[in-house]
Design a protein around this ligand. Structure first.
Ligand SMILES: Cc1cc2nc3c(=O)[nH]c(=O)nc-3n(C[C@H](O)[C@H](O)[C@H](O)COP(=O)(O)OP(=O)(O)OC[C@H]3O[C@@H](n4cnc5c(N)ncnc54)[C@H](O)[C@@H]3O)c2cc1C
Length: 332
C-alpha cells in the first residue's frame, strides 16, 4: 500500500484508489465535482514527486510544469505528497458584473476579472471553474469572447438542491467576489482548419452557452462554410436567445437556426420532435466526413448523439463534445 501525505496528515491508499477518494474517505473537505477528469475542480499540487501523465491530462502546460494534477485521476503506485494549489497561482479574482434571467430557470452570469488581461487565454466555448464566496466551485462554459474586456458570460441552469445554482438564483448580487480557474476544454472554434467546412452545433438547455460562444467566434472570424445551430428544450419557454439567434440568421446567409421542442407547441417558429432525430436529419444533408460537429449539455444527450454522428460518417476528430457532468457522489 502507498502512503498519501496531505497538509501534515498521512493516509494509506487502498489499492487502485485515487488521491481524491482517499482524501474524501479520510474526511478532508477538498473541492471536487465531476470525478471524471473533466471539470478540474479537484486540482492539487504534487510535493517532491511527479504525478502520472493521466493525472495531468487536459491541464495547461504551465500547470503540468509545476506538477499540478487532478486528484480524481491520480492513482499512485508509490508514496506521494500533495497540497492544495496556491490560489494566487491558479485563480483569477473577479466580481459579478451582471445577473439576468434568460428564462425562469436559466441565469446569465457575467463575471468581470479584476485584471482585464487575466482571461486572455480563454476561447469562447471553453469552460472555467467559478468559485463563489462560500468556496463552492463548479464548471461553466463561456458563451462569449472575454479576451478583450475580461468579462466572461455564463448561462447557469437552476438545479434542484444544487449548491452553486441555489446561491446564484437566491443570494448572488452584483459586486459579489468570485474566483475563476481555467480555462479548460477543447470545444471551441478552430480557424486553423478549413473555413469552408460545414459546422453542426447541437445542444439542449444551457448547452447553448458554449455553442453561442463558438457560433459568434466562427462568424466573427469569417467562417465561410454553412453553420447550423439546433437548440432543444422540452417547451418553447425553456429556449432562450431566440431573438439574438434569429437576427444572426438574418444577417449571415451561411447560418441557420432551428429551435426544437419535445412537447406539442402552438409556436410555429419551433420545430416539434426529437432533437436527436432532427439533428441527424440535418447531418444527412451535409457531407458527414467533412463536417465539424459540436455537442453540448446533458451528458446522455451528448454521448448518444456523438455515437450516432460517428456512425453516420463524421470523423471522431471532428466531433467536439462538452458534456455537463454534474457533481458525482460515486467513488471513481
Ligand atoms: C465541463 C462542464 C461544463 C459545464 N457547463 C455548464 C454550463 O455552461 N451551464 C450549466 O448550467 N451547467 C454547466 N455544467 C454543470 C455545472 O458544473 C454544475 O454541475 C451544475 O450547475 C450543478 O451545480 P450545483 O452546485 O447547482 O448542483 P450540485 O450541488 O453540484 O448538485 C447537483 C445535483 O446532484 C445532487 N447531489 C449533490 N450532492 C449530492 C449528494 N451528496 N447525494 C445525492 N445527491 C446529491 C443535487 O441534489 C443536484 O440535483 C458544466 C459541467 C461541466 C463538467
Amino acid at each position: 500500500m502507498s502512503l498519501l501525505s496531505f497538509q501534515h496528515e498521512h493516509y494509506l491508499l487502498e489499492p487502485g484508489e485515487s488521491v481524491l477518494d482517499c482524501l474524501l474517505r479520510n474526511g478532508q473537505a477538498v473541492s471536487y465535482s465531476c470525478k471524471s477528469g473533466l471539470c478540474q475542480a479537484c486540482l492539487v499540487q504534487a510535493v517532491d514527486c511527479q504525478p502520472t501523465s493521466r493525472a495531468m491530462q487536459g491541464l495547461k502546460s504551465t500547470l503540468q510544469q509545476t506538477r499540478h494534477a487532478l486528484a480524481c485521476q491520480w492513482q499512485p503506485e508509490a508514496d506521494v505528497s500533495v497540497r492544495l494549489p496556491d490560489d494566487a497561482a491558479v485563480s483569477v479574482h473577479g466580481s459579478i458584473h451582471a445577473l439576468q434571467l434568460l428564462n425562469p430557470a436559466v441565469m446569465k452570469l457575467v463575471v468581470r476579472a479584476d485584471d482585464s488581461k487575466a482571461l486572455a487565454e480563454c476561447r469562447p466555448g471553453q469552460y472555467l471553474n467559478v468559485v463563489n464566496p462560500a468556496g463552492i466551485m463548479r464548471s461553466y462554459s463561456m458563451a462569449n469572447d472575454c479576451r478583450a474586456d475580461g468579462c466572461a458570460e455564463f448561462h447557469i441552469a437552476a438545479t434542484a438542491q444544487g449548491l452553486f445554482s441555489n446561491w446564484l438564483f437566491n443570494e448572488a448580487k452584483i459586486g459579489d467576489s468570485v474566483q475563476l480557474r481555467g480555462p479548460a476544454g477543447n470545444c471551441f472554434y478552430l480557424k486553423e482548419t478549413s473555413q469552408l467546412q460545414p459546422m453542426l452545433l447541437v445542444g439542449g438547455g444551457t448547452g447553448l452557452a458554449p455553442l453561442y460562444g463558438i457560433l459568434n467566434d466562427a462568424l466573427d472570424q469569417g467562417h465561410q462554410g454553412p453553420i447550423s445551430l439546433l437548440h432543444a428544450g422540452s417547451t418553447a419557454e425553456q429556449l432562450y436567445y431566440r431573438q439574438e439567434l434569429r437576427s444572426l440568421a438574418a444577417t449571415y446567409p451561411n447560418f441557420s437556426y432551428t429551435a426544437v421542442v419535445r412537447e406539442a407547441t402552438a409556436d410555429s417558429s419551433c420545430q416539434q420532435g426529437d432533437a436527436i432525430q432532427i439533428a441527424l436529419a440535418q447531418l444527412a444533408a451535409l457531407p458527414a466526413a467533412d463536417t465539424r460537429v459540436y455537442l453540448c449539455g446533458n451528458p446522455a444527450f451528448v454521448q448518444t448523439l456523438r455515437k450516432l454522428a460517428f456512425l453516420k460518417g463524421v470523423r471522431s476528430a471532428n466531433i467536439y463534445c462538452d458534456p455537463f457532468i454534474e457533481r458525482s457522489t460515486a467513488s471513481a
